[in-house]
Design a protein around this ligand. Structure first.
Ligand code: SF4
Length: 282
């Protein structure tokens, strides 16, 4: 589940450490290093967002996760970051701090059968490194599986590990969701999943907005989005509103363009007017 402007497994990132599941994201904007965990090594997702920047994206779920490889890679990389020379070799002096660990891959992380075990593993490793409770563990998800009891159990577990969920809501109507995320989804069911998730673990909504064929989201689309998210305003931590930070690698790429920062700021204010905390990243 990729997020515009956040973690993605670009070749550059992969090349830095050459691992299968772990990749670093060095961000000047965030002022530090994030450790990304990509469980979807086959670039398969159960959604197909038209802005998605995963190359050769296919529908599906990941192959079995080799938990021993994940463990070895995470330990090795944490060692390099905390006790080795990773920071000196790759990170600008002012940005040499570890910001978080994020499940954010080339597909939906919770669709991995071993996702619950992966959380257990991260908890164990963070405890061994003395980071449990101090380092944030984020899950970047499209939220589509947040009605499964075992996934919600994992969210409760994640909450105990200083966890946080970023849950995707890009549109408020069935048509809008089909147009942007290329899935058939009842918005009411999606918001119910969001509520389930937010009750289990601190949860932010993440929303990507852009112009399609030169036109920004219509007033009708915006009204549907605001009406939908206002239903959960008392259980979410806030909204991260993103513009099109990276190039889409989907067939619709040429139809997408960035919205002016002022447009996104105005949109952010409309969400704030509902009484919701908003972070805008144009
Ligand atoms: S949820 Fe959307 S943006 Fe995230 S990996 Fe799947 S298709 Fe890409």
């Amino acid at each position: 589940m990729t997020l515009q402007g956040h973690l993605t497994t670009t070749n550059h990132n992969r090349d830095v450490v050459g691992m299968r599941y772990i990749y670093p994201v060095i961000s000047r904007r965030a002022g530090g290093v994030s450790i990304g965990i990509n469980l979807n090594v086959n670039n398969a997702c159960n959604w197909r967002c038209i802005y998605c920047n995963v190359p050769n994206l296919t529908r599906g779920s990941p192959p079995p996760i080799e938990l021993d490889v994940l463990e070895q890679e995470l330990r090795e990389f944490l060692n390099d970051v905390l006790h080795g020379d990773f920071m000196q070799r790759h990170v600008h002096e002012g940005d040499r701090q570890l910001k978080d660990i994020a499940f954010s891959g080339n597909g939906e992380p919770t669709s991995a059968k071993e996702f619950p075990q992966a959380i257990v593993l991260v908890e164990k490793i963070l405890r061994d490194f003395g980071l449990l409770g101090s380092l944030k563990v984020r899950l970047i998800t499209n939220g589509s599986l947040m009605d499964k009891p075992q996934i919600l159990d994992s969210m409760r577990h994640l909450a105990k590990c200083n966890g946080e969920v970023w849950f995707k809501v890009d549109a408020g109507s069935k048509e809008g969701i089909a147009r942007i995320n290329d899935v058939t989804l009842n918005p009411q069911s999606h918001i119910q999943r969001l509520e389930n998730c937010a009750k289990a673990c601190p949860t932010f909504i993440q929303t990507c907005m852009f112009a399609l064929d030169g036109a920004p989201p219509s007033e009708e689309d915006i009204a549907a989005y605001l009406a939908l998210i206002s239903q959960v305003k008392n259980v979410i931590q806030g909204v991260h509103l993103y513009g099109l930070a990276r190039l889409s690698l989907q067939a619709e790429a040429s139809r997408l363009s960035r919205l002016p920062p002022e447009w996104l700021e105005t949109m952010g204010q409309r969400i704030r007017d509902l009484g919701i905390t908003v972070y805008v990243s144009p």
